[in-house]
Write a protein that binds this ligand. Structure first.
Ligand SMILES: CC(C)(COP(=O)(O)OP(=O)(O)OC[C@H]1O[C@@H](n2cnc3c(N)ncnc32)[C@H](O)[C@@H]1OP(=O)(O)O)[C@@H](O)C(=O)NCCC(=O)NCCS
Length: 167
């Protein structure tokens, strides 16, 4: 196996706090600019992050950020939140919001973030992780595949309850 060089010694992976809200909202704008399914709405993203931080305090979610040790600047993030899987008979985890700021990609930060949320999942009884990636985001699909993630036969569907058509 070839081990790639990456130097993330200057990066600390830690739990997010309310003080990271602005940085995380900016990171999500970078991510959603690549995912046409999702709107860039900093107000909604900040509201969602506040909810997630609350859920994290309750122990069923985790937000990890990658921060530069010298400057304190947050340069990446990843989240995981649990749902009960009847198939697994255990919690499964939805991984979302995986992003490293453009100028710092390819240096090993994303791998450390993914490892950190995977470790959290393991210690919280999660037996399966899953995520959605844009079908055209080839670099991200390659990133996950080379870290053992596999495709499934399931297709995601969605609806807004307010727009649901009785049938
Ligand atoms: C995908 C992402 C989180 C990976 O983080 P990273 O710090 O760049 O990744 P690492 O340095 O730890 O690992 C490099 C791997 O990521 C891949 N990669 C994906 N996008 C990349 C990019 N824009 N630049 C450099 N490498 C990228 C590399 O090909 C490499 O894959 P390999 O190890 O299988 O050869 C990051 O590139 C990113 O934020 N991309 C844009 C947002 C995104 O696509 N998020 C995923 C949504 S599902």
């Amino acid at each position: 196996m070839t081990v790639k060089k990456s130097n993330t010694a200057g990066i600390r992976i830690r739990r997010a706090t309310l003080g990271d809200l602005g940085a995380m909202t900016a990171l999500l704008a970078e991510l959603f600019s690549m995912e046409p399914d999702f709107p860039i709405r900093p107000d909604l993203q900040a509201r969602g992050l506040r909810l997630l931080l609350k859920t994290a305090r309750a122990g069923t979610a985790c937000i990890k950020v990658a921060a530069d040790r010298d400057s304190g600047q947050v340069v990446g993030m990843a989240t995981v939140q649990t749902v009960i899987s009847t198939a697994e008979g255990a919690p499964s985890g939805w991984v979302e919001d995986v992003v490293v700021t453009a100028s710092r990609r390819g240096g090993g930060i994303g791998s450390r973030l993914l490892a950190a949320i995977t470790a959290w999942a393991q210690t919280h009884g999660v037996t399966r992780l899953q995520l959605l990636a844009d079908r055209d985001n080839r670099p991200a699909l390659k990133f996950y595949a080379s870290r053992g993630w596999q495709g499934t036969r399931m297709t995601p569907l969605r609806i807004s309850p307010a727009a649901a058509v009785p049938h």
